[in-house]
Design a protein around this ligand. Structure first.
Ligand code: SF4
Length: 696
């Protein structure tokens, strides 16, 4: 197969937020031949195990081929008429806040934009939230508090230019493998470069690090507050930058100075070495991910990191700055289109009347709500309580992935009317739906995604649609037209949607917002088809964005960044006989395995759900290697295979999130996780459940 960029289809991997470019061509046997795209700036030809196995995951076996109503095949007309009428009737009877959409960071930007436009502009409620709430909502909130907007300052190139890279709560080697490969290659090329990993657990990533700070879980604020104090004590504050570009420094320093760093559990000598290395390395990048975000005080953790970069002025310059890496392929695109319940499109704010007027006017929308909608956990609580009576879930599986998954499953089962758009009708969530709509999947879809360093890439179709499946934007638009909004949803191509969205971004930028792709608002269809990966902002055609904040100006009214006064929250008392459960991803599976479980190669890595437990704890409980164990909280239980390892600490255990009822009858670990959330971001804390462990 000729997989040169000239002959293959250039598209983008549908898994993590690295956003690697992929070359794909049909292999003649129903699959695809896959190669990394050497021209894509994220990966320059590299792929990880998941990306390189994409060709094995596109078989039509098991796909839903026609719409279903109550588990029986139905025509599209019948199914969409039913969806439109049930949503209309529910709103007429119970008001707009009685309906909700729960969407996904796997949707393409165009899908996301249309879903957000329909519910916020026309159905009259902001009850749309996304599984990205589980991924990086705390980063969004932290960025907005510090910078005025949800802006990722740096780029991936900073990783290669840094003298020190600090990875906080990030198993980059398994969760963003190509970024890890870039980091490892940079370290090999520049032996003086240092990598520090901050993680309670030993992982494949900590193995690369020069120093592993095995921090006590949940004490990151104390660590970075101590760093801020030390920056001050060593005279390393960038006074010129702080004076000219920052507010809140004194209060942040006061709060930091009274923080007790011993709660981190990091030995004194190692802590001192870390502080000195951070302070003396001018080019520092702090990468952070779910270990920071998935916490009941994740937003404070984010701001504790940002505080240190702002105090030293190490932001907006080559090789330095905070860098959040998102879990999903289009979490960033979802943030940009306003796919979260508390945002409007193009980073505009739903609470701001001028922003609402701008978006409402642009969409000619009759019903823009004046208040935020329900965030994910609250949304399903409202479903359970009967306040939400019509729910549309797109491209995600909340009955497996949300905390208290049994509660969520029961809530969906009892909802008056549930629609699911997905590839199959066999997910835990789709099995509960009244209507299941066959959506196109990766390889068939066409649109754009934004990766973790603001690069917008095309995802292109390389295969025909399966069965009667339709694109998500097309399904949503059809329902909108059936509800009476023909003109506003008269789309026939994703290019039309993208042009409209790009034009709106220009108006947002005129209001002082960061997200501006208005330079792409006049792309012709063929120019959109040919669009190369491009980093925003793109205010004029032919430009490509670089690092943000290079001029020290932020998107606050004063143009200054905000440092926050932060205190380390105290951990809840441990319940005797329980263990602290950390959850995360494994190398070769993705989310709830809809696609990756189709690859024999990927399934070989880890065949079943497991629980990492320290040898000392296993002995105390009476567990031997490969025994089955019951992991339980008051919310539910899971049965997992024991993996005895000193990679976890005594008192702590780890389990992967991927297994569903389809692949392991009692493997849904999120059943045991309580639904505690960060009060600012609404992101659930999925790393601190207290669980009992017994032999099974
Ligand atoms: Fe796909 Fe992420 Fe792997 Fe790149 S690093 S190939 S985006 S899963």
């Amino acid at each position: 197969f000729d997989l040169s960029p000239a002959n293959a289809t250039c598209t983008t991997c549908p898994y993590c937020g690295t956003g690697c470019g992929v070359l794909a061509a049909p292999d003649g046997a129903g699959g695809l031949t896959i190669k990394g795209d050497p021209t894509h700036p994220a990966n320059a030809g590299r792929l990880c195990s998941k990306g390189s196995a994409l060709g094995e995951t596109v078989a039509s076996d098991g796909r839903l081929l026609t719409p279903q109503i109550d588990n029986r095949p139905a025509s599209w007309d019948h199914a969409l008429d039913l969806v439109a009428s049930r949503f209309s009737e529910t709103i007429a009877k119970h008001g707009p806040d009685s309906v909700a959409f729960y969407v996904s960071g796997q949707l393409l930007t165009e899908d996301y934009y249309v879903a957000n436009k329909l519910i916020k502009g026309f159905l009259g409620t902001a009850n749309i939230d996304t599984n990205s709430r589980l991924c990086m909502a705390s980063t969004v909130a932290g960025h907005k508090r510090a910078f005025g907007t949800d802006t990722v300052p740096g780029t991936y190139e900073d990783l290669e230019q840094a003298d020190l890279v600090v990875l906080v709560g990030s198993n980059l080697a398994w969760c963003h493998p190509v970024l890890y490969q870039r980091l490892a290659a940079a370290k090999a090329t520049r032996p003086n470069m240092r990598v520090i990993a901050v993680d309670p657990r030993r992982t494949a990533t900590t193995d690369l690090a020069d120093m592993h700070l095995a921090i006590n879980a949940g004490t990151d604020v104390a660590l970075f507050n101590r760093l801020l104090s030390e920056i001050h004590e060593q005279g390393a504050v960038n006074a010129e930058f702080v004076t000219g570009h920052v507010t809140g420094f004194d209060a942040a320093l006061d709060a930091a100075s009274s923080t007790d760093v011993t709660v981190t559990g990091i030995p004194h000598a190692q802590l001192t070495e870390f502080l000195n290395l951070w302070i003396r390395s001018e080019r520092v990048v702090t990468v952070f991910s779910q270990g920071v975000n998935q916490s009941d005080h994740g937003t404070d953790k984010v701001n504790a990191i940002l505080n240190c970069h702002l105090a030293t002025g190490r932001i907006g310059q080559p090789g330095m700055g905070p860098l959040s890496v998102t879990g999903q392929p289009n979490a960033m695109g979802g943030r940009e289109v306003g796919g979260l319940a508390n945002m409007l499109a193009c980073h505009l704010d739903i609470e701001n009347p001028e922003h609402r007027a701008l978006v409402g006017g642009f969409w000619n929308a009759p019903n823009l709500p004046d208040h935020a909608g329900l965030k994910a956990v609250d949304m399903f609580r409202a479903v359970s309580e009967g306040r939400i009576k019509a729910l549309w879930v797109m491209c995600t599986n909340p009955a497996v992935s949300l905390p208290q998954a049994d509660f969520v499953r029961d809530a969906i089962a009892n909802c008056d009317f549930t629609v699911v758009s997905d590839l199959t009708a066999t997910t835990d969530t789709a099995c509960l739906a009244n209507v299941v709509l066959p959506a196109t999947g990766w390889g068939e879809k066409d649109g754009t995604v934004t990766n973790s360093d603001r690069v917008i890439s095309r995802q292109r179709a390389v295969l025909p649609k399966t069965g009667q499946s339709r694109h998500d934007w097309d399904i949503i638009s059809d329902v909108a037209r059936r509800m009476g909004w023909q003109d506003a949803f008269d789309y026939s191509t994703p290019a039309e949607i993208f042009r409209e969205y790009a034009a709106l971004s220009g108006l947002a930028a005129a209001q002082g917002k960061d997200f501006d792709i208005s330079g792409l608002s006049d792309l012709t269809n063929s120019e959109y088809d040919a669009l190369h990966p491009t980093r925003w902002p793109i205010p004029t055609r032919g430009t490509s964005g670089d690092r943000m904040f290079a001029d020290g100006r932020f998107f606050t009214p004063s143009t200054r960044a905000n440092m926050l006064a932060l205190t380390q929250s105290s951990a809840p008392p441990a319940v005797r006989g329980t263990y602290r459960l950390n959850t995360g991803r494994i190398r070769d599976q993705w989310h709830t395995m809809t696609r990756t479980a189709l690859s024999p190669r990927l399934n070989q890595h880890t065949g079943e759900p497991f629980l990492e437990i320290h040898p000392q704890d296993a002995l105390a409980i009476g567990l031997k290697a490969a025994d089955l164990t019951k992991v339980e909280s008051r919310h539910g239980y899971a049965i997992l295979r024991v993996l005895i390892t000193d990679r976890v600490r005594p008192g702590a255990v780890f389990a992967p999130i991927h297994w569903t009822s389809e692949y392991a009858s009692a493997g849904r670990i999120c059943t045991v996780i309580p639904s505690a959330t960060d009060p600012i971001s609404g992101q659930p804390d999925t790393k601190a459940a207290q669980v009992s462990i017994t032999p099974f």
